[in-house]
Design a protein. Structure first.
Length: 77
């Protein structure tokens, strides 16, 4: 596969209007968080074995399942 070139729509940028830097910074932080860029960088910082990835995915699935259960069944677990 050919590597896709980045366009301006892929980049995160915020225009500062009327000197409201704090507001622009808040918007930038939200966009970075929504894009998942920091999570991706953290994951790529160190090698994780496939078995560890599977284990963490399984544990996250258990947490999601448990949180979506009705209250009556949560008492059993």
């Amino acid at each position: 596969m050919a590597k896709r070139e980045k366009t301006t729509s892929d980049l995160l940028y915020i225009k500062v209007k009327d000197g409201k830097f704090e507001h622009a910074l808040k918007l930038f932080k939200n966009r970075v968080k929504e894009s998942g860029l920091l999570l991706e960088l953290k994951e790529k910082a160190f090698y994780t074995k496939p078995s560890v990835k599977r284990k963490t995915e399984r544990n996250l699935a258990k947490l999601r399942y448990k949180s979506n259960m009705p209250k009556e069944f949560k008492k059993l677990y």
